[in-house]
Design a protein around this ligand. Structure first.
Ligand SMILES: [Zn+2]
Length: 343
């Protein structure tokens, strides 16, 4: 079972200082993969910078040149949450380009699956502005690239970051070729992602939002995956599955209030891996979005590679949340199933 790792030290050069989204997230993750002996089992996929015309599949040319000039002037704040250093533009080009390399390898068949350990993250980035630590929408660019370059017609993007991927939803809201599925805390940043946001025009029904109440955890996430994601994916028949992997829904991540464990992230990935095997020759690509507890991020990434490599033992050094809460979940999932005509 071949799994690829996209990584490059350029991702550390997006220097955000003591911001929660900082280079230590990747440094810790990569060193724990080395220590666990996993890195040597992976195929290294060196990233390339995304081309302008590739970024322009999602972003406005004026926005791209604004980011570039901001970097040339030494960086600064793009929005109240998103900061740039002089090398951030270059890092952002390689972050998007890293996903494009992964798409090429996985779609052409050299690789079953790949994980792009990139930063800056992408799922909040909009057509013409940065948002929520994100500069360019790496996954949205990757999906557009897969549609145009490899003539695919159906791509599933699953997003289990604790925040709603408003940028990704926006990019494909009217596009029937991309099914966007997201689990996220709600109400919460960025404010979007209620269950009645289902797409528009030809894209009606290809946006599937699964908002989660603060405090829900493993069982609720796994039921959302098994009872909603699996049937909608089977109905949609994707040719490629892309995953926006954020680990900020973990109980020990204090940016949000969900109670997911590392083991449950691994189980969610197992569901995605089985779907990919059943529906699209195993084609499965992950990208790193959020996740701000370093131990959670590194153990979750390690657990995901264990799943991708077929290792049966999943190590969860942090264990499960002590307090669990599921009030209201049954009625909630029933409503979502009704909206999406899942029996
Ligand atoms: Zn997040």
């Amino acid at each position: 079972m071949k799994a690829g790792l996209v990584y490059d030290p350029i991702y550390l050069e997006h220097d955000t200082g003591d911001h929660v989204e900082n280079s230590r997230r990747l440094v810790t993750a990569v060193s724990s993969l080395k220590e666990a002996g996993i890195k040597e089992k992976l195929t290294c996929l060196p990233p390339r910078p995304a081309l302008l015309e590739e970024l322009e599949m999602i972003h406005a040319p004026e926005y791209i040149s604004y980011v570039k000039s901001k970097a040339e002037k030494g960086g600064g704040w793009l929005d109240p949450d998103t900061v740039m250093s002089p090398k951030s533009y270059e890092a952002a080009l390689y972050a998007a380009g890293g996903l494009l390399v992964a798409v090429g390898e996985v779609v052409k068949g050299g690789m079953n699956s790949a994980f792009a350990l990139v930063r800056p993250p992408g799922h909040h980035a909009l057509h013409d502005r940065a948002m929520g630590f994100c500069i360019f929408n790496n996954m949205a660019i990757a999906a557009k690239f897969a549609l145009s370059k490899f003539s695919l017609n159906r791509i599933l993007i699953a997003d289990f970051d604790v925040h709603h991927g408003n940028g990704t939803q926006d990019a494909f809201y009217a596009d029937p070729k991309v099914l966007y599925f997201s689990t996220h805390q709600y109400p919460f940043y960025p404010g979007t992602g209620w269950m009645d946001e289902t797409g528009t025009g030809e894209g009606e029904g290809t946006t599937v939002n699964f908002p989660m109440a603060a405090g829900w955890g493993d069982e609720e996430y796994l039921r959302a995956f098994n009872e909603v994601l699996v049937p909608v994916a089977r109905r949609f028949q994707p040719q490629l599955i892309l995953v926006s992997a954020g680990f900020d829904a973990h109980w020990a991540d204090h940016l949000a209030m969900m109670r997911v464990s590392v083991k449950a992230f691994a189980q969610m990935v197992m569901i995605l891996k089985n779907l990919a095997a059943e529906l699209c020759q195993g084609r499965l690509i992950f990208t790193l979005e959020g996740g701000y507890n370093l131990r959670v991020v590194s153990s979750s990434i390690k657990a995901i590679f264990d799943v991708l490599l077929g290792n049966s033992e999943i190590d969860d050094p942090l264990g499960e949340a002590e307090v669990k809460k599921a009030e209201g979940f049954d009625g909630h999932i029933r409503k979502i199933k009704e909206i999406h005509h899942i029996r």
